[in-house]
Design a protein around this ligand. Structure first.
Ligand SMILES: Nc1nc2c(ncn2[C@@H]2O[C@H](COP(=O)(O)OP(=O)(O)OP(=O)(O)O)[C@@H](O)[C@H]2O)c(=O)[nH]1
Ligand SMILES: [Mg+2]
Ligand SMILES: [Zn+2]
Length: 293
């Protein structure tokens, strides 16, 4: 129970879902977002911009986000990124540690309080360049799937997308190129879910920029040459809903590994090992989304 003191209110609205929480809460009691985000935002004195990375389980969200943040903090392409709060570094730290030991990070757990949230201040190292305060959580694909199938199972996902200035949708290009309809259908469901929560009027197109990342493009290099043509051919349902309902969307090929090795674990399952890290097309989607904010 909140208690009132003479020094002022003891509750603070959550940055993501706006439910009031006690000041000393670690995570929001309603959606599970870390309250450290709010403390950072208050110190910042301006609203952060939320960019949400969504996609099915196993498409490569964790690897992509970890690599993106790492490249930003290494000043790739003249970007400058300053983590706001040490907890923000955990995602990048985790992914880079795994990749350095030639393993992929484990899948993200369903529990919201175990997700890594990253809060960075990003800008270009130029005079008068715009500063963006960017919040990017690493969500579990299974939670995204559950929310899309049954809205309100994971309220945090809905609140996040409602508040997002931009979104990055990840689609497994290697699966799509191999003829599986799963990536196309999942992306179609997600875009229609987004349409449902963001659209102000049913007949108006959506302005929120959506970058569609064709992940694991090392398996299908044609994604790099002409990502739009790849999408039109292999992800035609997704392409059509983008064209009909979204003003601003773009496709990008991306991959993190240059060479893969294969082995088996204790239960004789085939496991992939990243032998060589060669990020390609990681910054472009992010740069495109921020340019549209
Ligand atoms: N070939 C290739 N495989 C990749 C790449 N990135 C990720 N993978 C594979 O995809 C798997 C899943 O990657 P994650 O980043 O954990 O996927 P995720 O979207 O976070 O999955 P959830 O946490 O379950 O939602 C990895 O274990 C790798 O086997 C890539 O750039 N190229
Ligand atoms: Mg993950
Ligand atoms: Zn909340």
């Amino acid at each position: 129970m909140p208690t009132a003191t003479l020094s002022g209110p003891v509750t603070m609205p959550c940055l993501i879902c706006e439910v009031k929480n006690q000041l000393d809460a670690v995570v929001c009691a309603s959606c599970g977002a870390p309250m450290a985000l709010i403390q950072e935002a208050v110190a910042q004195e301006r609203d952060p911009c939320i960019i949400t990375v969504v996609g099915d389980s196993n498409v490569g969200k964790t690897v992509y986000l970890g690599m993106l943040l790492d490249m930003l903090s290494k000043r790739a392409e003249d970007f400058e990124a300053i983590p706001k709060g040490a907890y923000s570094v955990n995602l990048q730290h985790n992914v880079v540690s795994y990749l350095c030991s030639r393993r992929f990070p484990p899948k993200t757990a369903m529990e919201v309080d175990t997700w890594h949230w990253a809060y960075y201040q990003v800008s270009k190292r130029r005079k008068n360049s715009t500063m963006y305060d960017i919040v990017m959580p690493d969500m579990a694909g299974e939670a995204v799937a559950a929310e899309v199938a049954n809205p309100k199972t994971f309220t945090v996902i809905r609140s996040l997308l409602e508040k997002s200035g931009g979104a990055i949708l990840m689609v497994d290009a290697s699966l799509a190129a191999a003829g599986s309809p799963q990536p196309d259908f999942f992306a179609l469901k997600l875009m229609s879910y987004l349409d449902g929560i963001i659209a102000k009027k049913r007949h108006e197109k959506i302005n929120t920029p959506v970058a569609i990342v064709l992940s694991k493009a090392d398996h299908c290099p044609e994604c790099f040459d002409d990502p739009r043509a790849f999408a039109r051919t292999n992800l035609n349902r997704l392409w059509n809903i983008c064209e009909s309902r979204f003003h601003s969307f773009e496709f990008f090929g991306a991959s993190v590994v240059g060479a893969l090795g294969f082995g088996t674990d204790e239960s004789e399952n085939v496991v992939q090992y990243p032998l060589h890290v060669a990020p390609r097309g990681i910054l472009e989607p992010f740069e495109w989304v921020t340019s549209k904010l």
